[in-house]
Design a protein around this ligand. Structure first.
Ligand SMILES: [Zn+2]
Length: 374
């Protein structure tokens, strides 16, 4: 294992921050796996899981069991970690720009990439072309000059991930059950991980509209594919998923150990780590389209009383929460329209009218446009 420190652009005089990455099995011919945690800096369960995973990878590396390369970034957002304003931890948005740390990731333009590879595209080797594309992406990212600390963080993360076969982005939600987001294309490869993690919500979307870290490589691949002649084959893009390690306050050794071990089992099952993969538990719930998940909105302001626990399996018409108005005595009950799992809810107990309150999975897609929140 070796440790790499990538200095970020210094924002103000006398301050510096590094992005620290841990590299296991570097230079091995096998697959490259990239794992990062807490890109939204206030999502601590992910960071604890990554720390436990690091301990396990150190053991496995020392035992000579690495068959591929794993790059682990347990603290993916040192900028956000420092954003404490009037006692509040602001880890989701960059304080200077207001941008969500996990939206609108910038990638090189598809046309420029196709031109960069030029006459080297091969007409009979899809895997070779994928390597060419990944190398061109890394090359162009390497030529980019970040203008500020935020851009330098994004660039450093993208450089780690751009030539990876598998990208896992570890997050958590507000109050939630273990769930994950991935694309229909990645889902067959991610399913073993969902099973080892015991995920009871799997949300599928090719393009959620947010250009989040796990989606951008496949989106770029689609654009490049569309520009290439039909007789130039291109291997599949990387396999990518965003894992939501329950709610922000679910920070304990038991969950972190279980989740880290699930990732290790997934890596063994993929052949990245030598060994016999443990038996895969059955998937708790079938994957559902992200466009089918119902976003519950508070129709009025008031005090929130949740009537459904996170992880509850609900039927259409089941009450999810009440909103109490102590001035008028009105009690407004909100029910779900879906049959599905109540996989996440907000942590606040007082809401304004129009506030997003939680989500229930649904088998039938009905939403269009941007599918994820701010
Ligand atoms: Zn997040």
């Amino acid at each position: 294992m070796h440790v790499q420190r990538t200095p970020l652009v210094s924002t103000t005089l006398g301050t510096t921050r590094d992005l620290v990455s841990f590299h296991f099995g570097a230079g091995r011919a096998g697959q490259k796996i990239y794992i990062q945690a807490s890109l939204h800096a206030d999502e601590t369960p992910a960071m604890l899981t990554a720390w436990r995973l690091k301990q396990r990878l150190i053991e496995l590396d020392a035992a000579g069991r690495m068959r591929g390369e794993v790059v682990l970034v347990p603290v993916a957002n040192p900028i956000g970690l420092s954003q404490h304003v009037l006692g509040q931890f602001i880890g989701r948005f960059e304080a200077n720009s207001g941008q969500n740390f996990n939206r609108q990731f910038p990638m090189p333009a598809a046309k420029a990439l196709v031109e960069r590879v030029g006459s080297r595209w091969c007409r009979d080797d899809a895997a070779y072309n994928t390597r060419l594309l990944r190398a061109a992406v890394c090359e162009m990212l390497g030529e980019t000059t970040p203008r500020n600390e935020f851009e330098s963080l994004r660039l450093a993360l993208l450089k780690h991930a751009s030539d990876a076969d598998v990208v896992l982005d570890l997050h958590c939600s507000l109050e939630a059950t273990m769930h994950l987001y991935t694309s229909p294309a990645s889902w067959p490869a991610i399913e073993p991980l969902a099973r080892y993690l015991g995920a009871n919500g799997v949300l599928l979307a090719t393009d959620s509209g947010g250009q989040s870290f796990d989606e951008i490589h496949a989106l770029l691949w689609n654009e490049v594919r569309a520009l290439l002649p039909d007789d130039v084959p291109l291997g599949a893009p990387n396999i990518a998923a965003t894992l939501e390690h329950r709610g922000q306050r679910d920070v304990d050794y038991e969950h972190a150990d279980g989740d880290a071990e699930a990732i290790v089992s997934f890596l063994i099952a993929r052949g990245v780590i030598e060994g016999e993969a443990p038996e895969m538990p059955a998937l708790d719930r079938s994957a559902t389209p992200l466009a089918g998940s119902e976003q519950l909105i508070a129709p009025v302001s008031g005090i929130v009383i949740y009537r459904a626990e996170v992880g509850a399996v609900l039927k259409a018409g089941d009450a999810v929460f009440d909103i109490v108005d102590p001035l008028t005595d009105a009690v407004t009950t909100i029910a779900t329209k879906n049959d599905g799992v109540f996989y996440m809810r907000r942590a606040t107990r007082f809401v304004y009218a129009g506030a997003p309150m939680g989500r229930v999975t649904g088998a039938k897609a009905f939403r269009t446009g941007v599918l994820i929140g701010a």
